[in-house]
Design a protein around this ligand. Structure first.
Ligand SMILES: [Zn+2]
Length: 447
């Protein structure tokens, strides 16, 4: 399958995942209608997109030119009746199939690399020319509200206090709030200059920004620790919504100035990309030279990672060739099973995106003890999960419907759902190969 490369993108695009509603053999009108609505995004956050890619399991099935982004009420879809309650506050677009010159750039290509595994975000805006904001924060290994670490460096505030960036990367309702201290002026927090990011004067915010998080490794230089894609950046600080505050122990850490549905944190030992040229301020708008290198690094990051895993695969093959000892064979086979899953799920929990390699569990869908020799090693019989989600899946507290949507047991209290990070909009990709295993789990393990 030919991959769409970042440099092929010549237009501002909205990439829309329609895995759930796509059906083989649907008419072009039906395809148009399921693609154009109704999505949970703010109108301002998508209006830059001139074309829409309809994507099914990573592949572009159609390309539309957008005439207008509108509220759900204005969509008038011929093949889908309007549901005022369900579509309240949602948006969509009016347009038509793109001209061939544009369509052939994108049609039939794979855009799987543009997504991170397990991300629930259905609509993602990709601009032809990226807008970048560099944000310097304190160094942490985990962020996500870690109770055992505090941010190192990243401004005077962090010397005696715990900076608000401790809650960066903590996902709630598929949103990641982010905090950066733009710097102080007369003891007051400065604002982010959203004009420089093509922002809107009235709303004092900028949309579709690539936010690159930088931190100084203690005693060393300043490195990229991760990024938020397609982010919204605010001029001033805003209050974190109350429901998202339920995950925060430090209740005075209640403000943010950035949010996104697509967050990527680099493993601490892989943070090797150094960024120079930033002044004393906590935020920087970059320069063309640095931006080009950074975008290149980010777009190639996932590819590099796959290559490294392939190298590990090859080593294991050579071990299998000479190893005769049965115990070692089992271990090698288990490693192969795990490596297969690491590769398939890009080394992330397929539900929440946890990407710490040492924590990820290769979980059998049909339990190992109940599986035959083939099933024990079949990668289709596995999910890559973080310890929490593995426990829940193993214990039958969660399972998946035919279309991949999560099904949550009533045994799991609403409190546990929050703390174990289980949300109704989570889904996995069910394909021909794993659907029988999932069915087994749904019927025999789920309670
Ligand atoms: Zn997880």
């Amino acid at each position: 399958m030919e991959k769409l490369r970042r440099e092929d993108i010549k237009h501002n695009l909205a990439v829309i995942k329609i895995n759930r509603s796509y059906k083989e053999g649907m008419s072009s009108l039906e395809l148009y209608d399921v693609t154009r609505g109704c999505w949970k995004r703010r109108l301002e956050s998508v209006k830059a997109a001139e074309y829409v890619l309809a994507v099914v399991f990573g592949v572009v099935k159609e390309v539309y030119e957008v005439y207008r982004w509108v509220s759900a009420e204005e969509l008038n879809r011929e093949t889908i009746p309007f549901d005022a309650e369900k579509e309240k506050g949602r948006i969509g677009f009016i347009g038509e199939v793109a001209d061939n010159t544009v369509r052939e750039i994108y049609f039939g290509k794979s855009v799987a690399d543009f997504y991170m595994q397990g991300e629930a975000g259905t609509v993602k805006v990709i601009l032809a020319k990226e807008k970048i904001l560099y944000c310097r924060v304190g160094w942490m290994n985990a962020y996500r509200g870690s109770a055992t670490e505090k941010p190192q460096g990243g401004g005077k505030y962090n010397i005696d206090n715990i900076g608000h960036e401790v809650y960066n990367y903590l996902g709630y309702n598929s949103r990641y709030y982010g905090f950066v201290e733009p710097g102080l002026y007369n003891g007051q927090t400065k604002n982010i200059d959203v004009d420089k990011l093509g922002g809107d004067k009235q709303s004092k915010s900028a949309e579709n920004v690539l936010v690159v998080w930088l931190a100084t490794k203690p005693g060393q230089g300043q490195y990229i620790v991760g990024w938020y894609e397609d982010a919204t950046v605010y001029h001033g600080l805003r209050k974190v919504p109350e429901d998202a505050m339920s995950l925060r122990e430090l209740k005075d850490h209640d403000c943010y100035n950035i949010y996104s549905e697509l967050a990527f944190l680099v493993d601490p030992d892989q943070r090797t990309f150094r960024v120079e040229g930033m002044g004393h301020s906590g935020v920087w708008y970059g320069n063309p030279d640095v931006n080009t290198k950074v975008i290149d690094y980010i777009k190639n990051y996932s590819n590099d990672y796959e290559e490294r895993i392939e190298a590990v695969d090859k080593n294991l093959d050579s071990i299998v060739g000479v190893e005769r000892d049965a115990i070692v064979k089992i271990r090698v086979n288990q490693d192969k099973f795990r490596d297969g899953l690491l590769k398939k799920y890009h080394s992330k929990c397929c539900l929440c995106g946890v990407d710490d390699n040492s924590l990820l569990v290769a979980s059998h869908i049909k339990p190992w003890a109940k599986s035959d020799e083939h099933e024990k090693l079949d990668p289709a019989n596995g999910l890559l999960l973080c310890p929490n989600h593995d426990k829940l899946f193993d214990g039958g507290y969660i399972t998946f419907a035919e279309d991949g949507r999560i099904i949550i047991s009533e045994r799991l209290s609403s409190n546990s759902r929050i703390f174990m990070n289980v949300r109704t909009e989570m889904e996995i990709e069910v394909d021909e190969e794993n659907s029988e295993y999932i069915k087994y789990h749904r019927n025999k393990i789920f309670q």
